[in-house]
Design a protein around this ligand. Structure first.
Ligand SMILES: [Zn+2]
Length: 323
């Protein structure tokens, strides 16, 4: 073990008092999505759609355009995995016609929130309907405690399907079909908008294929188990040493990262945008691996086109890292 890692682990086990928060984006940095996204407009006569978190908002907004009012429950910049719903979330669902969720166990807060909203007219669209979830979390063995803590998180398989452009197409199609069923008057708009967005997803998929086929089996380490679908699609290998992003890395996480680097031919360490984690940067120096940033899109700009920008940034990062 190199001295820096030993030192890090020592300081970690000594008590983690340093406040290196791992929040991807603070509310101040994120776009003012809430005002535009969560102001109900009952007078508009439009179908009111509530979505759970950023990718569902972007995909839904891409399909509706201005034909429906779309809101978001989990404000960008807030952690979706361990989200606690607010009274305003209950109100939003109580007055909505449609709710769009990612499903696959991601939105743990949702069942109770829907129950509390008591809206018998609500149609719920599960965007992951028909998608075969991956259950394999990480090829690295985990320590007992953490596994128990987060076991329930992925009870229905890994939820991060939106990060594979091909599965994103299926999510958009599911959202389109659910919206048409709930609001047939806008069928033509929903179909045209969805077709345009799916076409963009097709181009994105081709770009990923063409770029990443040059370096098959490129292996990278993440501290958030968000990229197994992307990795599978493009013949990369994700080694996730942490399932859910956390404020503090545990000593076991550091140890897993070190072990993974020994065990696999690792090309890169990936953090997330906005994360300034001193521990990760020291670790990357110590392991002699560049620390780069890969976006899980759980937070960010709410424009539907932001998906493509962020994913192209991810592609460029992967291309550079996998060379
Ligand atoms: Zn996640």
């Amino acid at each position: 073990m190199t001295p820096v890692i030993a030192l890090l682990m020592l300081s970690l086990s000594a008590g983690c008092t340093e406040s290196n928060t791992n929040q991807a984006t603070t509310p101040e940095q994120s776009p003012p999505a809430q005002e535009t996204a969560s102001t109900p407009s009952p007078q508009s006569g439009k179908t009111k759609v509530v979505t759970t978190f950023l990718p569902m908002y972007m995909f839904t907004k891409a399909v509706t355009g201005n034909a429906a009012d779309v809101e978001i429950l989990v404000p960008p910049g807030t952690e979706v995995h361990e989200y606690q719903s607010t009274p305003n979330n209950v109100k939003a669902i109580a007055t909505a016609n449609v709710l769009v969720k990612n499903g696959l166990g991601l939105e743990e807060f949702l069942d109770n929130t829907i129950k509390n909203a008591q809206n018998p007219k609500l149609s719920v669209i599960n965007a992951s309907t028909g998608i075969q979830p991956l259950n394999e979390i990480s090829p690295v063995e985990k320590t007992g405690k953490k596994e128990q803590e987060h076991d329930h998180e992925h009870a229905e398989g890994n939820p991060h399907v939106w990060l594979d452009p091909v599965l994103a197409k299926q999510q958009v199609a599911n959202i389109r079909d659910g919206l048409i069923a709930a609001d047939p008057a806008n069928k033509v708009s929903y179909e045209a908008n969805a077709a345009a967005y799916i076409k963009q997803l097709d181009s994105l998929n081709s770009e990923f294929q063409q770029t990443l086929q040059k370096n098959p089996n490129c292996t990278f380490i993440t501290f958030h188990d968000a990229f197994p679908y992307l990795a599978k699609r493009y013949n990369l290998k994700q080694v996730a040493v942490v399932e859910i992003p956390e404020d503090q890395l545990a000593p076991a996480d550091v140890k897993n990262a070190v072990n993974a680097v020994k065990k696999y031919k690792v090309k890169a360490l990936f953090s997330e945008p906005g994360v300034d984690n001193k521990l990760l940067s020291s670790l990357s120096k110590d392991l002699n691996l560049t620390l780069r940033s890969l976006d899980s899109l759980e937070t960010g700009n709410t424009d539907p086109q932001h998906y493509f920008k962020a994913m192209r940034d991810n592609l460029q990062t992967l291309e550079t890292a996998c060379k």
